[in-house]
Structure formats: C-alpha cells, structure tokens
Design a protein around this ligand. Structure first.
Ligand code: SF4
Length: 411
C-alpha cells in the first residue's frame, strides 16, 4: 500500500464518529512532521464530482483529493463542508484532514469508461490540492497523469508552492491537453497574511511560484480573492498587489470580495475580534444582510479595482460570447474543440471562472488610463464585452452557493 513505508507516530482506527460512519475509513494517523494535524485516510468510491447545472458552469467536473485544509484560511468557504462529517467548521477543518488515498486509481478507472466525455476537470474548487498533506501523500502526480493520458483538460487553482514539484508533469501534460494554472494570492501585507492565512506559504513564495510556472512556458493567473473589507481594499494595497502580480509574470488577475457563510462568518469574526476588534462593528453592519457584502460595497470595490487591473494590463482573458464570462482555454467552445490529438493548446487563463459579479458599470476614475503594454480590453477590444453584460452573466462560481464538495474556495 502507498503508505506502508511511511513512519507513523500513532495510529487510530475509526477515531471520529462522523468519519466512522463513512465505513471506508482506513485509519487515522498523526506524524511528527505534521504536529497538530490528523490525517483520516479513506478509500473513495468515486473521484470525479459532477457539477450540477453544468450548462451554466465553465467546467463540468471537479476532483477533491482532500477534505479540510491545513492552510487554515480563516475566511475559507469550504469550512462548512466539514460539518457533514460531524466535524466543526473551525479548528477541525484546519486539522482533521480527510485524504482519499486511492483517488488516482479510482480516477483512472472512471476516465477509462467509454462514456467519459473528456470534459474539463477542475482541481482547487473546494479544498487546496497542494496543501501540506500533498507533500506526504503525493496524490496529484497520479491525478495529473491520469487526466493527461485520457486527454482530459485540466485546471488547477492553489495556494500551495508544492505545485512546483509537479511542473515537469504539468508541462508534459500541456503537450497533450489544455492545462490552466493559477495561484491564489490575496494578501500583500506579510503580517496580515500570516495572521489570516496561518498555514499558507508566504505571498512572496506564491509569487515566486507564479514566476516558476511562467518560466516553464505555461500561463498562470492570480486570484486576488477574497478582498477583505477595511483591511485589503485600500487603493494602495490593491495597486501594490497588482504591481507584484504583474512583476511575477501573472497573465491575468481575477478578484472577488469576501463572502461569509454563517459558520465561516463565526470563525472569521472570532479572528477579527482577536486581531482587529475595532472592525467588528463595521463587519457586522456590512454583512448584516447575509453572506454577501451589499451591492453598494461591491459596486464601490469594482469601481476601485477594475481601472487598476486595466492599468496593470492584467485583464487579458478569453471572453465567452455565450456567457459573457471569462473562459478557460481548457474549455472547448464547441464539441469540436475537445482535444483529440497530441497537439498543444495555449493555456492562457485559468479555469473555471466567470467575471466576478459586477452589479453596475463603474466609471473609471478620471486620469487613470491604461498603462503601457495594456492588452485588448474586454470592454473595447475585438469581441467587446462590457462589465454591464458581465453582470448579467451567471454569477461567478466564487460567489455561487454550491452543494457539498463543490463549495468553491477560490482564494
Ligand atoms: S481558502 Fe483554499 S487554501 Fe485556504 S483553507 Fe480554504 S481551501 Fe485551503
């Protein structure tokens, strides 16, 4: 078995009631190099998750080799999924990690079925596939290889610098199928980043990973999300973020404001009370109406950041005329575009995203024109599309309310 050679400090079987109910739990283990974390190794029955409502989604399938995430972002959308396992959405999400140890084998069988349509498959739409556990379990190489061998387009979104380990494989895969990569990098203040995302690699390390991807000839987007109200939404922070993303070689930037589902809101406000008590009242007011910041805030944020994204030349993307959103190169415009041979397809953007919901068309502040090297504008270039039209498009997956195992954590 894949873990037979690994040194284990302790071993427990059926450690937790919710997990025990899964009846495919192999064992629960703790190791010295992952202090405070328990891995619950399970044998999964399926690897591919079908996304409901595929007709309005930019991808039809996802794979989540892990549940829970030691990156421990306080704002993480996926926290609520742990409650289905009788685990809590706070500390348990960070430290009780479910590992689908046989995911690559199961995936290969699913992809071999004659009915498999080689739909684009996204990783990183729930928990992070390159979280620290991946260093121990090495599930991604088998997943990437299985997808590439079956001519299935791949997109990966991660905060994990461990992605660099698999760059050879990804470059090789991109010779056969579209491969879209992106790093999630939202906080450009080191102290704040370590506080609000305590288990993640530094911003600097993630930007270096963007550069490493670009140096291998693949495109790499940056997800500037979530933008935290009153903490990272200043013009200075956004401008600095975009400047550094551009300098690192990012090919595009997508942004989104903070959404707070109920259980996530509780966990985030605990952190806020501890670290920024002066902001608690403002947050309660801003999110009094639910998990989304009000339309006025989103409109204000859009008006602030969109001109900056344009000015830094980071809005380049593929516009899908059918949806008004940004389409990944992994997505076929029609069935004929599905990969059938070994030809390489450029991989310009990241998978899976539409333009973040923009409720109105904010006017660019005067005096902030596009900077040098600006690419074709989504608003004025060929096949022009306006932000107003984007607002009518299906809401970004980031903001979508999706069921278990599909809850996006695209930040
Ligand atoms: S936001 Fe992403 S990286 Fe952070 S804890 Fe959630 S899944 Fe992990």
């Amino acid at each position: 078995m894949r873990w037979s050679s690994q040194e284990l400090q302790t071993e427990q079987v059926g450690a937790l009631p919710g997990l025990a109910r899964l009846n495919n739990l192999v064992r629960s283990v703790q190791t010295p190099e992952f202090a405070g974390i328990t891995f619950h190794e399970i044998l999964c029955k399926s690897a591919l998750n079908h996304v409901p409502g595929q007709s309005t989604m930019p991808f039809g399938y996802t794979i989540n080799p892990y549940r829970g995430c030691s990156h421990a972002c306080t704002y993480c959308f996926a926290r609520t999924t742990h409650q289905y396992l009788d685990l809590d959405a706070g500390k348990d999400f960070d430290s009780e990690i479910i590992v689908k140890v046989n995911v690559a084998e199961v995936l290969r069988k699913e992809l071999a079925k004659p009915t498999w349509g080689r739909h684009p498959v996204a990783l990183g739409t729930n928990t992070d596939p390159y979280q620290r556990a991946e260093g121990r379990y090495r599930l991604m190489p088998g997943i990437i290889t299985a997808l590439a061998d079956s001519k299935t387009p791949i997109s990966i979104l991660t905060k994990g610098t461990l992605l660099r380990r698999d760059l050879d494989l990804l470059v090789e895969a991109s010779e056969h199928v579209p491969v879209d990569l992106a790093m999630s990098i939202a906080i450009y203040d080191d102290e704040l980043q370590q506080s609000v995302e305590p288990g993640t690699p530094t911003t600097k390390a993630r930007l270096a990973t963007v550069t490493a991807v670009r140096e291998r000839g693949l495109d790499c987007g940056v997800f500037l999300m979530p933008i935290l109200p009153f903490l990272t939404d200043t013009r200075a922070h956004l401008d600095e973020a975009l400047r550094r993303a551009k300098a690192a070689g990012a090919t595009s930037v997508l942004y989104s404001g903070l959404n707070l589902k109920p259980a996530v809101k509780d966990w985030y406000l605990l952190w806020l009370t501890r670290e920024h008590p002066e902001l608690v009242g403002r947050y309660r007011e801003l999110y009094a109406g639910g998990q989304y910041a009000p339309k006025e805030y989103r409109t204000w944020l859009a008006a602030r950041i969109k001109p900056l994204i344009r000015a830094h030349g980071l809005e380049r993307g593929i516009v899908d005329p059918a949806t008004g959103g940004l389409r990944s190169s992994a997505l076929p415009a029609s069935p004929e575009r599905m990969p059938t041979s070994g030809s390489r397809t450029p991989a310009p953007l990241l998978a899976a995203l539409r333009v973040p919901a923009a409720p109105s068309v904010p006017a660019a502040p005067s005096g902030r024109g596009p900077g040098p090297g600006r690419g074709p504008s989504l608003e004025t270039g060929p096949g022009a599309i306006t932000w107003a039209r984007a607002a009518d498009a299906p809401r970004s997956l980031i903001a979508a309310e999706l069921p278990l195992d599909l809850t996006p954590t695209l930040f």
